[in-house]
Write a protein of this length. Sequence first.
Lengths: 533, 214
Amino acid sequence: MQTSTKNIFMLAITACLAFLPAWAAAQDEPPAPGRAMARQAGVLSGDWTTADHSEMEALKKTFESGQQITETCLSCHSLADDQLFHTIHWKWLSPYEDGDLVGKAGYSINNFCISTNKMNDKKCSSCHIGWNGKEDGINCLVCHGEKDMDWKAQFKDYQFFKEMGEAELVTEIQDDISAAVTQIIRPNRQNCGSCHFNGGGGEAVKHGDLDASLINPKRTLDVHMGIDGEDFSCTRCHTTSKHQVAGRVYSTPAVSERKSLVEDDLAPKISCESCHTASPHKEGKLNDHTDMVACQSCHIPEFARAHATEMTWDWSKAGKLKDGKPYIEKGEFDRPVYKSIKGEFGWEKDVEPQYFWYNGSVAALTAKDVIDPSGVVRVSHPVGERGEGQSRIFPFKVHWAKQPYDKVHNTLITPLLSEENNGYWKTFDWQDANTRGMALMDLPYSGEMGFVETTYVFPTTHMVAPKENTLSCRACHRPENGRLSNLAGFYMPGRDRFALMDYGAWILAIAALAAVGLHAIGRIVANGSRKED
Amino acid sequence: MTGQPNRIYLYSRYERFWHWLQMALIAVLLATGLEVHGMFVLSGFQDAVNIHNFTGLAWLIAFFFFTFWMFTTGEWKQYIPTTRKMLTVIRYYSYGIFKGEAHPVPKSKKAKHNPLQRLTYLSLAAVMLPIQMISGFLYWSYNSWAAWGLDFLSLSQVAFVHTAMAYAILVFIIIHVYMTTTGATVFAHPKAMITGWEDLEEPEVVEDWEKAGS
């Protein structure tokens, strides 16, 4: 009796253990904790306002220049200009490094259009938030105007027709201006995108995860911004305080500390964990990854999923002319594969990122740094290593280029490019473009130019896929061709083996099978011969 | 004259249940473990990991019950190793068995295991399986090592031990399964582990006249 009670008890326990997962699955599926947290943190969009700019008396007047518009804005928003003048959006200089070394307006370089020549290259300034570089004050409407407008052309036309005495056209233009000035919004995806989707001289050139497909994305492209999903604007995560927009990455990470809004309700929402916490998954083993693997690594399986992004740029091929004229050759994705003014391009869609340990900071060269031209020069690269601080595995777009360098000084050259400046794009004269470009930077140029291979990295953090499209475990936990096959120094189940032991063990197993097989045959034969006896 | 086979009740209900439960657990663990190790794709990595972890922990818990049973019933004595007749048994399996000789150490209720079995099962139950369970538990609790002060361990070492032992168990299974065919009949041993009753090799001959009422 006692034994049978014990047996029943054992059976009951085993049965409970066996059916536990099935029972759990049968329950109503609650959302994953991270999803639930984020939904709490993000109730309703903050689409409230207490002002209708079309009713503002101050705006009911004639505007003859951009400055007049800004002055009018500031007549109410009196702190805005001072706030703006402290931001990187205005300064184009990193606030985290000394002096004017780092930033577009400083000595920073990339492997696209290389440099702004300290903002002297006119074409580059089209993305600055001023009316005319840093000269004529802030253009508030770049970020706050709902209407897309070519202001330079508009004011030029206005002056022209005014002088011609074309009153009707003048009124028409002024009505346009008035409409634009009174349709004031918080920045939407179009506003930010007008620059950030077009970096590097064209749409989808620079970032692999930021392009015009994000103006009205589907949720399959970006689960947060999808217009059929959460419909987030950029500032929903790029929390802005006193016009300082969170999220810029230089040597200083976009977030200094990993914390959620539960820990600090005024923290910027710039990281995934701000809303989703560090234990977002229902399943424990997945949460065990968040200390080593950034969310982006699994949740952005590929970047450039809607528009192809530019992956390579070969400046050394620039300058070929047809009938003495520059030309453009289009290739796959209807994108230019050759431009006389810029060289050769390679484009890719649905690109698998490359993965590196990353502590949030990107180290970058400046035009002052000496390079080693014998290998591929890393113009920028992610900083971090396993076990160091907050380093985690993070996905990157790596842009390859061949760009000019000074063979004597071993520095990267900052050629002056724009047509407006009579730069290379007009003259096709490297020597002149280099000489004037370097002079604008107050840097020496030897006159001897070569081309060097370079790489430039972008952390991939937008285009987060819906959960059903995330990477499977096998994407990394596989013996060959895994996504993390280039990361060494740690044991990863499914990827790493003990080759010698594996082979030894299988030989042993096969030997055991052979031995028992022979033994069995021996018995059968011996048994048979005994029976015959 | 009819031969009445000599049957003895060798394995209690719990022992049989434990044997087959453990067999099932080990089969699942081996399959999912080798999949996690990257040998083949069966259920998918994530499911393999989850099934492996769940089964491993279930085994660990069940093993405590088994240990408890061993000591409360005194069955542990069946596993005390001995060198007596060891060579005879080895000689039997490598020679005598082909000659149709009788097993030199027949099974009885008091001694279920021959010296070779004692040694094998003892090293299995007292060394290999505990090592496998401990290394598996450590592997599973990898993310807590720092909190538990175990960060001197390396996952690579733990994984090595765990994998090596898994292979050792695999080799054991191959030989063990074969050895079950060496009873009085091919299925005598497996049948005993199902019904509890083992047919012994030499049936005692009972003469007709001995039988009552005949």
